[in-house]
Write a protein that binds this ligand. Sequence first.
Ligand code: ARG
Length: 472
Amino acid sequence: MSEAMWGGRFSKTTDEMINEFQASINFDKRMYHEDIHGSIAHARMLAKVGILTAADCDAIVDGLLAIEKKIDAGDFDFSVDLEDIHMNIEKRLTEAIGDAGGRLHTARSRNDQVALDTHMYIRRQTIEVQKEIENLQSALVEAAEKYSDVLMPGYTHLQRAQPILFGHHLMAYFAMLARDFERFEGVYRRADIMPLGAGALAGTTFPIDRKYVAAQLNFERIYGNSLDAVSDRDYIMEFLSAASILMVHLSRLSEETILWCTREFHFVELDDAHCTGSSMMPQKKNPDVSELVRGKTGRVVGHLMAMLMVVKGLPLAYNKDLQEDKEGIFDAIDTVKFSLAVYAQLIRGMKVNKDVMKRAVTEDFSNATDLADYLVKKGMPFRKAHAVSGRAVHDCIAAGKYLEDMTLGEFQALSPLFGADIKDAIRPETCVKNRNSYGGTSYKEVERQIQAAKELLASEKTVSEEAKGKQV
Ligand code: ARG
């Protein structure tokens, strides 16, 4: 007979290599806290409905808390022979307290148990990710304020397009992160549903009280279909999807950071403490953090793809394929949290080369739209004004100068609508100041964005913030 906890119907023990292949303990042990507190809630429920005696329940709860302390202290021997975190803990409990331990698994399967653990784990980690998002958002607001008068070219097609405020650029990322925060809010809500009580797949013959379990663990809802409760991993796919979008945002910021600190752009200088050198080329200072975040984006998106593929062909209900949900989500959680934390530090240490950025808007034609807009305000149709401005650019390029170098006479030769005020109208500062439409790059509008951002950061505490206090 097999020694395994499920060994009754087996006449052989599991092959050693097969055992190692199918075990998940090496990675699912990180859910021990969830597993223990899920089991405590289950035991208390079993006692409440009369399936466990109060004495057995107390022994189980005390035994589980003692195991938690041991694991916390790094003083617990995990065994591959016991497959996973659920059986490692249950077996140790039974060794410690005897028969009462053997009663814990009444009306429960590892299928609903693992689903419970991962729901709890995702909920907790979602809050952690949100905290890191807020930290990076704060760093962006601080930088936008610190460099509130810095001009730079805004780009389309990576060609200089129109002058903008550097703060406007940073606040664009703040806004993306605000939506990421909201997406994780949704992830939390969908993970906030309690699967325990589904049993292996069909429910249980025992008179369990699922609402009581949910209340102890602060779950908002309970799965209403036992097959669904043990089969789906959509809450994991959703976390990975929100994480992937977030990483794509960070990856774009990384790409820009990398460009900005090239000798060619030279817009920013990263802190020496945040870069590394080359083993061969003494002059090098490399933006490794940004490159790694850009690279790790591929990994997180890969985990999303992997999870979608794992689930896509599975018949209901539980299949062991679902054990493949863990390594990817754990790695994604670590990667996202680390990337956010590191990026906040990078932004806080970054110095801006204000003069270089300014030169990129003055020694350039990114004020050509403003020249056209000037004529439109004097009554010329925009299409015509576009052509006049284009001509001015053409002539300047031929003469080796910029629009601001043109004399009033040269302007008037192109259109009699030009007056002496054209000089001021095409100064980069004026171009920026005048883009005062809601959401535009004007000083006022960027200031409004910064104020709104600060209010959001101070008040942005919705579901997760409330839930924070309720985490088990
Ligand atoms: N380690 C398993 C997992 O992660 C737990 C559930 C096992 N259930 C089973 N019927 N073998 O999915």
